[in-house]
Design a protein around this ligand. Structure first.
Ligand code: PLP
Length: 404
């Protein structure tokens, strides 16, 4: 048994990182504990955490149902590999298919991996007809693996990593004509986010989504959606496209051909998943794609608990209402606090600053006790846990009002 040294004799995390951790991220505080929407740093200061670990902590911190499942499941079966069936993966797949539509699930470990599966689906499906190109959107974000960064429509994350994976064409978001003009005899698929999160919370229009569906059908292309950040009830609907299309005639019937999921799926336990619509569900036959950890008993048991809590506590309705309060409050502040625009829904809301970059604004809010997340285009994201309360939203608005 190892004994933990007392905290005061341990070097500061910052110093250990400086010596031993690759400096690939800009980090701020040292966080040591969380409870609900609150976190504590190593100096004992408390913060309201509406950054949610970048849209991951959908049930906040230390939710007792997750703690309980982690303890129980880890005492039963943590990992078995995909050489075997496990009942939790089967049941989770059944629940996710039930929420999404007829099809099947593939499980992996992160958002980038889920998007890799979408890209590999396009390649595998298009192979027989010699098609492999995927059209993606300017300002999109799909991950940091070589294929997903090549698919991403932001040049800053590609610098120094060329030659990139070929076969991606990037055109402006919400511009149907640009997608149509980019189609070539090599095009296999279109890949978009329902709401661009990292890009600055830009929401797809109903016309764009329905137009993409028609274009994909007419030109025999796959329509792939990256719902890693905007899915999983974050908008108040299971998927962001359902929120966007909820008042549009015919919107109910809209489904892409495959959807990448991650982040909120495990509410902090790392996992990813892809839904494949019929008839694309069997494109990956035995041995064609895989991962050691994907769909482990522990990950799936946690994800089942997350779904249970979301449904039992009606958190989709909660985050819809809290998001409306937040957006109304931010719009009120907009005239006087340097805010140029407010975008998004529910637990994915962005406020764009007129002149200031997002990072210094986030730093000032951190000092004032509120954790938020910067995005591109001078936009600050509020990625609330789905069980955030009206009081916590009011507190966040008060901090924003006084700190900006
Ligand atoms: C839309 C989107 N896709 C993919 C990813 C990559 O996910 P991960 O960091 O889990 O690989 C992210 C991460 O922020 C994302 O927002």
């Amino acid at each position: 048994m190892t004994t933990q040294p007392p905290l005061h004799s341990v070097p500061r995390a910052e110093d250990l990182y400086a010596k031993f951790v690759v400096p690939s991220a800009n980090r701020g505080l040292t966080l040591v504990r969380g409870q609900g929407a609150r976190v504590w740093d190593d100096q004992g200061r408390t913060y309201l955490d509406l950054g949610g670990g970048v849209a991951v902590n959908s049930l906040g911190h230390a939710h007792p149902a997750i703690t309980d499942t982690l303890a129980r499941q880890s005492a039963t079966l943590i990992h078995s590999s995909n050489l075997y069936y496990n009942p939790w993966q089967g049941e989770l797949a059944r629940r996710l298919v039930g929420l999404t539509g007829a099809g099947k699930m593939f499980f992996c470990n992160s958002g980038a991996e889920a998007n890799e599966a979408l890209i590999k689906l396009a390649r595998k499906w298009g192979h027989a007809s010699g098609r492999y190109e995927v059209i993606t959107a300017t300002n999109s974000f799909h991950g940091r693996t070589m294929a997903t960064l090549s698919a991403t429509g932001q040049d800053k994350i590609k610098v120094g990593f060329d030659p990139l994976v070929p076969g991606f064409v990037t055109v402006p978001y919400n511009d149907l004509a640009a997608v149509e003009a980019a189609i070539t005899p090599k095009t296999a698929a279109i890949l978009v986010e329902g709401i661009q999160g990292e890009g600055g919370v830009y929401v797809a229009t109903p016309e764009y989504l329905l137009g993409l569906r028609k274009l994909a059908d007419d030109r025999n292309l796959l329509l792939l959606m990256d719902a890693v950040q905007c899915g999983y009830f974050r908008t108040g609907q299971w998927q962001s496209f359902q929120r966007i299309l909820e008042t549009t005639p015919g919107g109910d019937a809209f489904r892409p051909d495959a959807i990448a999921m991650a982040k909120s799926l495990g509410a902090g336990f790392p996992m990813g998943a892809v839904w494949f619509r019929e008839p694309y569900q069997d494109v990956f036959g035995p041995g064609t794609h895989g991962t050691t950890y994907g769909g482990s008993p522990l990950a799936c048991a946690v994800a089942l608990t997350v779904l249970d809590v979301l449904e039992r506590e009606n958190l989709a309705e909660n985050i819809r209402a809290r998001g409306d309060e937040l957006i109304a409050g931010l719009n009120k502040l907009a005239g006087t606090r340097g805010i140029a625009a407010v975008r998004g829904f529910g637990g994915l809301v962005g406020f764009q600053m007129k002149d200031e970059e997002a990072a210094p604004v986030v730093a000032r809010l951190t000092q004032a006790g509120l954790l938020l997340v910067p995005a591109a285009n001078r936009t600050v994201r509020v990625l609330s846990p789905l069980n955030v309360t009206a009081d916590e939203i009011a507190e966040a608005l008060a901090i924003i009002e006084s700190a900006l």
